[in-house]
Ligand binder design. Structure first.
Ligand SMILES: [Mn+2]
Length: 195
């Protein structure tokens, strides 16, 4: 089983992340930020990566450190669980509709972090959640997961739907990319010989 546990403690957040790549999409995510938990649950459910996340963050300031630092720790856990990336498909992409929202994600587990983010959420907040933090999460996750990640909103009028479609699109892409490729199960998927 490819899995990882990461703990990360700073003056701003105290986090533990446990993931299993070859899971069934079970989840138990508690960060103290309700909407963010809802998004992390989507990420687990639709990637089929089992995910248990706890974060005690400085929410008396705002949600920023909690969301960003969970992205960092989750990216670190992904890097750790993937190991040398032998036998994985490496690439994943998904075009995901959710009512009015249509979001495209494409990713490469290249070890080269790069985020292209083309999604403007129409409202500054979803409930009490600052919509800027959706990008912040994926910036941290792609940086520490070594992911080249493109996210494009092709359509959308509702911020909740658009954010959720983004998490689901990345989840489905991730599912594809981390899965083993039975035609090349023993090889690292790069002509360089390493990723
Ligand atoms: Mn929802």
């Amino acid at each position: 089983m490819r899995s990882a546990t990461v703990t990360r403690k700073t003056a701003e957040t105290d986090i533990s992340v446990k993931i299993t790549l070859d899971g069934s999409g079970s989840y138990d995510n508690q960060t103290g930020v309700g909407f963010f938990d809802h998004m992390l649950d989507q990420l687990a459910r639709h990637s089929l990566i089992d995910m248990t996340i706890r974060c005690a963050g400085d929410l008396h300031i705002d949600d920023h450190h909690t969301v960003e630092d969970v992205g960092i720790a989750l990216g670190q856990a992904l890097t750790q669980a993937l190991g040398d990336k032998r036998g994985i498909r490496r690439y994943g992409a998904c075009l995901l509709p959710m009512d009015d929202a249509l979001v495209r994600a494409a990713l490469d587990l290249s070890g080269r972090p790069y985020l292209v983010w083309n999604m403007e959420l129409p409202t500054p907040r979803i409930g009490t959640f600052d919509t800027e933090l959706v990008r912040e999460f994926f910036q941290a996750f792609s940086t520490h997961g070594g992911i080249t990640l493109h996210v494009d909103a092709l359509h959308g009028i509702n911020s909740h739907h658009m954010a959720e479609a983004a998490f689901k699109a990345v989840a489905r892409s991730l599912r594809e990319a981390v899965e083993s490729d039975p035609r090349k199960a023993d090889a690292i998927p790069s002509t360089k010989g390493s990723l």
